[in-house]
Write a new protein. Structure first.
Length: 635
């Protein structure tokens, strides 16, 4: 999220420098970079309240005099008799519709709206959509604008009963699955993929003067993961996923109207609102408990002052949590707020000891098992120990970093399936991964150390294994499956709910690691490298490009020369080279060698011309070797 330094200091009386603000943000835990006087924030998922200018200004009130409230539309607004059916009240408890008609569309913007587009170098779309985008930037609350003349009520919010094709306002067509949340018009046609993206047929344009503005609260679980599933970039969904303020709709709509009123004459405005009262969360304020959590001596009055500046209200012996702070649930959260106010650098560190129970852990066997898997072409992965998946044996985290992942993992399967999908979606056709980690299960030994192994696709990157697929026999043989124990099972994972185009079978097994673990190599398999010396490298998010070449060598002795020349070739885009096919024809006195080249960039999606340039160098080098040709290649 990008916010210019200028937009902060316009709201702060003391006008702090960009470097001073940067230090304050780091103290508050808001990671960022600065470029051209613009802050680019990387906020943690649990701080959805800060994905806006106002949200970050609220945090800065710990250090500066700041008035967050802006000018709003003050006149009374008439009631709008909209026919609206909310069949999804559990996930959308608060929703408002503003019917608005203006006299003229302004040719130029002014004030905060003008600064928003100029300072962030943004492209204008149309008057109402532009204000909607600005309001989302300023308040953190997404709104959606329908062209009023293009829709007819009743409007219905409901879950789809069947798959539906939907054209988004961006012009792309998607197929929305059943059970997804959508807005429907009087003909029960989808007009909005709720919380994600609006439809083209009801979108505003540069001539729209009559608009229906929707302002809603959606439970994060109703939106979570949809943008990735449908390949949609959505600022609204990004904010809804991280939680928004249930109680800010009146302010947001009146702020919207104020921006409109500053640019043109309002002919008519009416409001429909359906909302459920949400009481403020209460937390018993225990200063002694907070002192114990932070390990420092604190002043009661000072602590209360910190919390009041952040919008918390004290009533009797309790703290009332503001509606925009969805991340605050208990005394630990309050302690964290006070720690941020003090500054972690200002809290003295203390040494403490943790007693670690290593009973049952045989790290020597663990390292031998790692070595075995690495030698067989497997890669070790490290995943987040927290999960969104809950079952009867899950432990709940009181103060999770991500509210959408507030359980400890009870197995490694879901994490490794996510890793598999990530790799398959980047054109990887050999997936061999393992993870060693602790899992936590109620009504058992509580903590267990396990290894999860997942495999799919080709067996290896050599001419003997390239055309063979991973199967149950392959895994059973090298793991000595019969000695792993009766409770260990290699299972085939169904692809029914896996978002990948690959059709290769997926195999998975999970083994509890203890001193009794026996594999084919448990006693004598050598560990000839230092496991701890291995480094983890960042994997590119961009797709790879693959090229194959078939070489013919008439002079057998030059086969090794060709192999050395090709395999030693280096280029920043060339990530892998391997021989996938080999055939020696003694009658024709010819050797055929198939070599695969895999290209990938860390910085962008590579272009064909970039790959062709490198391939031309490789071909030139190969053809310079005596008796080497490339059949079918036009020179």
């Amino acid at each position: 999220m990008k916010i210019p330094h200028k937009h902060f200091v316009e709201n702060i009386q003391s006008k702090p420098s960009i470097n001073e603000l940067s230090e304050r943000f780091f103290q508050l835990g808001h990671e960022h970079e600065i470029s051209d006087e613009i802050f680019n924030f990387e906020l943690t998922p649990n701080r959805g309240d800060c994905i806006s200018l106002d949200g970050l200004l609220r945090d800065l009130r710990l250090f500066y005099e700041i008035d967050i409230n802006k000018d709003i539309y003050e006149p009374e607004i008439r009631t709008y008799s909209l026919s609206f059916n909310n069949n999804a009240k559990k996930v959308c408890s608060n929703i408002s519709f503003l019917k608005l008609e203006i006299e003229d569309i302004p040719s130029n913007y002014k004030g905060d709206l003008k600064s928003y587009f100029i300072d962030l170098n943004l492209k204008k779309i149309n008057f109402f959509t532009d204000i909607s985008n600005f309001i989302s930037y300023e308040t953190g609350q997404p709104t959606h604008c329908y062209d009023f003349l293009k829709i007819k009520d009743p409007i219905t919010l409901d879950f789809l009963s069947k798959k539906v094709e939907f054209e988004t306002l961006l012009g792309s067509k998607i197929c929305i699955d059943e059970n997804e949340l959508v807005f429907l018009d009087n003909n029960m046609e989808v007009i909005n993929f709720a919380g994600i993206v609006g439809g083209k047929n009801t979108s505003c344009n540069k001539k729209t003067k009559h608009v229906l503005l929707e302002c809603a609260y959606f439970e994060p679980e109703a939106i979570l993961g949809r943008p990735i599933k449908y390949n949609i970039t959505s600022d609204a969904a990004y904010k809804f996923e991280r939680n928004t303020d249930k109680n800010n709709h009146d302010y947001v709509l009146r702020r919207f109207l104020n921006i409109v009123e500053n640019h043109t004459k309002i002919i008519n405005v009416e409001l429909f609102s359906e909302s459920k009262t949400h009481n403020s969360k209460k937390i018993f304020f225990d200063i002694e408990k907070i002192k114990s959590i932070l390990g420092v001596n604190l002043d009661d009055i000072k602590c209360k002052e910190y919390l009041r500046k952040l919008g918390f209200i004290f009533k009797d012996n309790s703290v009332l949590v503001p509606s925009y702070r969805n991340d605050i649930s208990n005394i630990n959260d309050l302690s964290e707020e006070i720690a941020r106010a003090i500054g972690y650098d200002n809290i003295n560190t203390k040494n403490f000891k943790i007693s670690i129970d290593t009973k049952g852990h045989n790290h020597n066997n663990e390292n031998k098992l790692k070595k075995l898997l690495i030698d067989k072409g497997f890669y070790e992965v490290i995943n987040n120990p927290f999960s969104s998946k809950k079952n009867k044996n899950s432990f709940v985290i009181d103060n999770p970093l991500d509210k959408n992942k507030n359980f400890l993992r009870t197995d490694l399967l879901d994490s490794l399936i996510d890793d598999l999908i990530y790799n398959e979606n980047r054109q990887k056709d050999i997936i061999k991964l393992f993870e060693i980690a602790d899992i936590y299960v109620k009504n058992s030994d509580l903590q267990k150390r396990v290894i999860g192994i997942i495999a799919s696709g080709r067996i290896g990157k050599n001419y003997k294994e390239f055309n063979k697929k991973i199967d149950l026999e392959y895994l059973s043989n090298f793991l000595n499956y019969e000695n792993l124990g009766k409770d260990v099972e290699i299972v085939e994972i169904s692809r029914e709910k896996i978002n990948s185009k690959s059709k290769n079978k997926i195999f998975y097994l999970e083994i509890e690691l203890d001193s009794s673990l026996k594999t084919k190599y448990a006693d004598d398999y050598p560990v000839c490298f230092d496991i701890n010396s291995k480094k983890y490298i960042q994997i590119s998010d961009f797709p790879c490009s693959t090229r194959d070449l078939s070489f013919s060598i008439k002079k057998f002795s030059n086969c090794k020369i060709l192999e050395k020349a090709i395999l030693s070739f280096e280029n920043d885009l060339l990530k892998e080279v391997f021989i996938f096919d080999y055939y020696k024809n003694d009658i024709a006195k010819e050797i055929k060698v198939g070599i695969r080249f895999i290209f990938q960039s860390k910085f962008n999606t590579i272009k064909d011309e970039d790959v062709n340039e490198v391939m031309d160098e490789i071909i030139k080098k190969a053809l310079s070797i005596d008796s080497v040709t490339i059949p079918g290649l036009e020179i």
